[in-house]
Design a protein around this ligand. Structure first.
Ligand code: FES
Length: 105
């Protein structure tokens, strides 16, 4: 399951919110890429509330891998999905470390 934050009510004030960015373009990029990847046609993509990662929006959480990514853009999607689902490794350059997840930095 892939969750995209589309919140317009950030939990962390003054850090912006994902819903003000191009979430729909990101969703379409994910759906399009999943359709190209063998065995991932059924992977679900859902919108979500704020992930307390606002400063790094657009935030993307992938389950059950329990990985949180930030600053994700449509052009990152092929690399991100290949890393997570094909290589079975987090994409380090976009990964938000657990220690930062609820601090907003
Ligand atoms: S608005 Fe997306 S993480 Fe807070």
């Amino acid at each position: 399951m892939i969750y995209l934050c589309n919140s317009t009510s950030p939990k962390i004030s003054e850090s912006g919110c994902c819903g003000e960015k191009e979430v729909e373009a990101l969703r379409l990029a994910i759906v399009s890429q999943l359709a190209k990847m063998e065995g991932l046609e059924q992977e679900e993509v859902r919108m979500s509330a704020c992930m307390s990662n606002c400063i790094y929006g657009i935030s993307v959480r992938i389950h059950p891998q329990n990985q949180l990514y930030g600053n994700v853009k449509p052009e990152d999607i092929p690399e991100l999905l290949a890393s997570v689902f094909t290589l079975k490794k987090p994409l380090q350059r976009l990964l938000i470390p657990p220690v930062n997840r609820f601090l907003g930095f």
